[in-house]
Write a protein that binds this ligand. Structure first.
Ligand code: KIV
Ligand code: NA
Length: 259
């Protein structure tokens, strides 16, 4: 049965971990979906790992819409969530709805993710949810704010920052977010936030105490140029691809292929 936002809540209630990955194109999206992943995210990490941008800041709505449509064609089971890119939602709830509704109407997303838990973003989450757009929130290390944060550093290390993140998580739950991504914060803080919320948390670089885990699929597969230290490659696809291409080149040059 296809995964719904309600199913994710039930998984938390049953203490069953939620499995999430990013998906960027049709072939891998199909395979990930067939593997029984619960949630597939057309993340704006696409910008860095698949489009070659230096950060997630430059990627456009049109680019993410395109990839979301492509992924949609390969996904039957997982809940399909799309990132709203930087600059497409921060100005106002109305701007956010205009962008989010395109992902649902034109690209088959079932929910959107947006970064930040400050007051206006909480208002925006409430507006989207009231308008029928399920929202996955995202706090902690929010890569779209890389220039503000001064790098991809762990967040929530001071007591004050930890308290602020806990407050944001509460406020986002109250605003109606169906789950929250916690990125690169101390494991005890993530576990604490997770215990105190009724909606699921999905961690990345946030320790084992979250209700689920998400990884960038390029990191999972060993395809990223600079994977974060907290990512775990499950296979070295970069080596396999290089080896296949090298063998092919040798065969063509030595006239062993085709026979
Ligand atoms: O863009 C992305 O891949 C993400 C996940 C890492 C949560 O936002
Ligand atoms: Na993202």
């Amino acid at each position: 049965m296809a995964v719904s936002i309600h199913h994710l809540r039930r998984l938390k209630e049953r203490a069953q971990p939620i499995v999430a990955l990013t998906a960027f194109e049709y072939a891998t999206a199909r395979l990930l979906d067939q593997s029984g992943v619960d949630l597939l995210l057309v993340g704006d990490s696409l910008a860095m790992v698949a489009l070659g941008y230096p950060s997630t800041v430059p990627v456009s709505v049109e680019e993410l819409l395109h990839h979301c449509r492509v992924v949609r064609r390969g996904v039957e089971h997982a809940l399909l969530v799309a990132d709203l890119p930087f600059g497409s939602y921060e100005q106002s709830p109305a701007q956010a709805f205009a962008t989010a509704s395109r992902f649902l109407k034109e690209a088959g997303a079932q929910a959107v993710k947006l970064e930040g838990g400050y007051r206006r973003m909480v208002e925006t989450v409430a507006f989207l949810v009231e308008s029928g757009v399920p929202v996955l929130a995202h706090i902690g290390l929010t890569p779209q704010a890389v220039h503000q944060l001064g790098g991809y550093r762990i967040q929530g290390k001071s007591e004050q920052e930890a308290a602020r993140l806990s407050e944001q998580a509460f406020a986002l739950e109250a605003a109606g977010a169906f789950a929250i991504v916690l990125e690169h914060i101390p494991a005890p803080l993530a576990a604490d936030i997770t215990r105190n919320l009724t909606i699921p948390t999905i961690g990345i670089g946030a320790g084992p105490g979250c209700d689920g885990q998400v990884l960038v699929t390029h990191d999972l597969l060993g395809l990223s140029e600079k994977p974060p230290a907290f990512a775990k490659p499950y296979v070295d696809l970069a080596a396999l691809i290089r080896e296949a291409a090298t063998r092919y080149a040798e065969d063509v040059r030595d006239r062993r292929f085709p026979l």
